[in-house]
Design a protein around this ligand. Structure first.
Ligand code: MRU
Length: 363
């Protein structure tokens, strides 16, 4: 295991805005969420951030699946890229066809809500050269994130106070990020956004990862408890909300990190725009509404404990959904690599479905 204290990383103290215009490139020179090596898929262990920047190597199906289920690798597009590389690696290591297909299925099913994982694994499985396809998925993600950032830029006014939830930056996509990618692009364009990051109980992706990425990018960031979102909106501290997504149905219903739905209701109540930034691969054109989205439920210990220390009776019943579904009518607009989608979503999402693949556009 290679382990570095982030403070010792060369160039770490440079704000991205000062360092270079291409935030994805700069961020990935500091943090590498996913890298394919000859005999492993290397990944940044996001569970240890922000205190430790450490890289691990997954070589077997058990290690690949564990990296995804433990959230060492997380974020819908990032697990897509990781899963794609994982399956390409397993192809090179497993000769028996039935054993390989069973292993690929385990990777595909490692987390049920984000559609990007199944989408990426299916794409790799359908390709005659799985590694080349996985590289294409990774490359396209970087390009899609850049296009999403461009598309969303006009929605972020100068000095906007932006509330976000969970983590949607470069670490969540292995590119430039979705929602936070738009905000980072706004910062690079000199718009000086001010981020309010929800801590995102129970696994604190907002507290641990979003604040860390904002600091890396030189963005003014304030951390708040999830339950502080209502008063920050009520006291006029928020101009817009922007989040990512794990799966979006044909009517715009959007699964994202638990707590997102509450933010959308609050934003509607306070007349604040609520934007969702997500690539086309996060849209599930096969489902009509959010009712069909499987919601991952995670271990009770994540809620009964805080950082491994008991914070509730050890036998109390727990409900721990990792995601919720925001009804499409609460979404002001979707920011995609093909541009901004407005309602009625039945129409604009159908139009998105008919667009050529982004990979085809890049070639
Ligand atoms: O459980 P996680 O950390 O994988 O959840 C991630 C999110 O909910 C993100 O908002 C979503 O994947 C979009 S990220 C680009």
């Amino acid at each position: 295991m290679q382990s570095l204290l982030y403070g010792s990383l060369p160039g770490f103290s440079l704000g991205l805005a000062a360092a270079a215009p291409k935030h994805a490139a700069v961020m990935s020179s500091v943090l590498r969420p996913v890298t394919y090596t000859d005999d492993a898929v290397e990944y940044l262990d996001q569970r240890r951030l922000p205190h430790e920047v450490s890289y691990e190597h997954a070589r077997s199906v058990d290690e690949i699946v564990a990296a995804i289920t433990t959230l060492a690798v997380r974020g819908a597009p990032c697990i897509g890229v990781f899963g794609a590389y994982g399956v390409a690696l397993l192809r090179s290591r497993i000769n028996d066809e039935a054993v390989f297909l069973a292993a690929a299925k385990r990777v595909r099913d490692a987390r049920p809500t984000a559609v990007n994982l199944a989408w990426a694994v299916d794409r790799v499985l359908a390709s005659p050269d799985m590694l080349t396809e996985a590289h294409a998925i990774a490359r396209e993600q970087v390009a899609m994130d850049a296009a999403m950032a461009d598309a969303g830029l006009d929605l972020i006014p100068k000095n906007a106070r932006v509330l976000t939830h969970c983590n949607t930056g470069p670490m969540a996509t292995a590119g430039g990020g979705t929602a936070l990618g738009v905000v980072i692009a706004a910062a690079l364009a000199g718009k000086k956004p001010i981020v309010f990051a929800d801590e995102t109980r129970p696994l604190l992706q907002g507290a641990r990862l979003t604040t860390f990425e904002c600091q890396l990018a030189g963005i003014d960031v304030t951390l708040q408890c999830d339950s502080a979102a209502a008063i920050s909106m009520q006291r006029n501290a928020i101009d817009l909300v922007i989040v990512g997504a794990d799966r979006i149905a044909r009517n715009g219903d959007t699964a994202n990190k638990i707590g997102t739905y509450g933010l959308a209701v609050l934003a509607a109540h306070h007349g604040i725009p609520f934007y969702v930034a997500a690539p086309r691969s996060t849209f599930d054109f096969a489902i009509a509404s959010g009712d069909e989205i499987p919601i991952e439920e995670r271990a009770a210990s994540e809620v009964r404990e805080f950082a491994g220390v008991a914070s509730a009776p050890s036998d109390v019943a727990v409900y721990n959904p990792a995601f919720d579904v925001t009804p499409g009518h609460l979404v002001t607009a979707f920011i995609t690599e093909y541009g901004v989608l407005r309602g009625p979503y039945a129409q604009s999402i159908a139009d998105l479905a008919s667009r050529p693949s982004f990979g085809a556009l890049l070639r």
